[in-house]
Design a protein around this ligand. Structure first.
Ligand code: 16G
Length: 242
């Protein structure tokens, strides 16, 4: 399988061999790879070469290393379209995952200056501040820090924050969610994001900030969400504009 006379570098041939095992479904997400030693013996090559091949696939996100355990086939990333104003609960259900929430923070406070600016609020108004880790089939996908205008979205409770906010706004309060604007920024997880998302500090994350309005234009939500870089890729449809 490894051709030492080939112009293709050996580490690259190992990578192609691993990719094929994954494409053929022989190795599935969660499966543990043989150790570097076994690989090296099997192909009669150095462990350094094996490590180089594997490290690149880890960097690509196809494999993941767990300290003290080994190297595993990574979960497939979830593809999230960027157009369309949907909620986390809707997105997960549409994919057949069980949506979940871990609520870390729930409080009512005066708005910070940023939030007051974003939501056109006065200093004397109140916001609900929620900190939630969003789960799919019990696995952490994103950390959301949400500020909700308490004068617009009324009577929010911990129970509601533990299920779907948008469902409450639309079905219970009878309000119509209209449009949102978002920005995306790549970053590395700090200690807090790492702990809550069950990743390592320094792992890649994507910050998405969303400001959401009701149909009549009233802004009601300002959210900052950290998405796990190993769980998400984002797609967008681009009609040609002239
Ligand atoms: C999404 C939205 C977030 C919204 C939440 C409501 C982004 C970046 N964020 O996660 O703004 O608050 O859905 O979800 O898309 P829920 O109805 O399940 O609580």
């Amino acid at each position: 399988m490894i051709d030492k006379n080939s112009p293709l570098p050996i580490y690259y041939q190992i990578q192609e061999w691993i990719r094929k095992k994954m494409d053929d479904g022989e190795w599935e997400p969660g499966d543990m790879l043989p150790s570097e030693r076994i690989f090296a013996e099997q192909f009669n090559i150095s462990r350094m070469t094996v490590r180089q091949a594997i490290t690149e696939l880890v960097n690509e996100g196809l494999l993941r290393r767990e300290k003290g355990k080994g190297t595993f086939v990574a979960e497939k990333k979830l593809e999230q379209p960027l157009q369309g104003l949907t909620s986390f609960t809707e997105d997960m259900k549409a994919r057949g995952f069980q949506p979940g929430n871990k609520l870390y923070e729930f409080r009512v406070t005066p708005p910070s200056r940023d939030v007051a600016d974003a939501l056109n609020m006065k200093k004397t108004d109140s916001v609900y501040e929620l900190e939630r880790v969003r789960l799919a089939d019990n696995k952490p996908m994103a950390l959301e820090m949400t500020s909700i205008h308490a004068g617009v979205v009324t009577n929010l409770s911990k129970d509601i924050a533990q299920s779907s906010l948008y469902n409450y706004i639309e079905q219970t309060l009878g309000l119509t969610i209209g449009h949102a604007s978002q920005t995306l920024e790549s970053a590395l997880a700090g200690e807090k994001e790492a702990e809550l998302l069950q990743i390592e500090a320094g792992d890649p994350i994507l910050w998405i900030s969303r400001k959401t309005h009701l149909q009549d234009g009233t802004p009601f939500e300002y959210v900052r969400s950290a998405y796990r870089g190993d769980r998400y890729k984002f797609s967008i449809h681009l009609p040609r504009s002239t």
